[in-house]
Design a protein. Sequence first.
Length: 225
Amino acid sequence: LGALNIGSRPAKRKSNAGVTALRAIPWIFAWTQSRFHLPVWLGIAEGFQRVKEQGKLETLREMYRTWPFFRVTMDLIEMVLAKADPTVARLYEKELVEDQYHAFGEQLRKALRSTIDIVLEVTEHPDLLTSQTTNGGQGSINTLKDKLAMRSIYLTPLNIIQVENLKRLRDIEDGKVDTKGYVPVMPWAKQMLSLHVSKDYYHAAVSDTLIITMKGIAAGMQNTG
């Protein structure tokens, strides 16, 4: 993320520190890239479930119907939940995360499903971004829902390319690949990649590809952090 050079400050508070040193904006940006949006929805299901167990679900529904602030907040949450794709998130986990953490990833995906269920209970929508008609039938699909479905067709290939190049970048950093054997065939590509700070064609190609996927996914998601 730091290679994008789009922030006013470094992505991390300490350059040699781990993920815990990430600032808030790149933290959110990273979860947006994997299309899981964890910081947005984590904890909502537990909070609403407790209110429901206290017999106050109807209070939440009334708040959604009558209180503009709560309604707007819930609509924003619903929008982000509609952008989440647990299948894509699982791809990142499968290819980039150690096996010992996969069970935890499954727990988080179940938590996402629980969050969607309780949000729909509160809003009384039949599905995410789908309104309810006055006669109780299913309403028209929100225009945003159509747009998200259309964008997803183009976003998923970018996620797959991103995962593959993240693996390649890790292999480079771990010294598992001989990068010196790669030389671009096209003169223009060779000239462009020679400008990379690493002065290594293969490293430059992988890094530039990653940056392109990040920009593409951010443009498709429309909210980056």
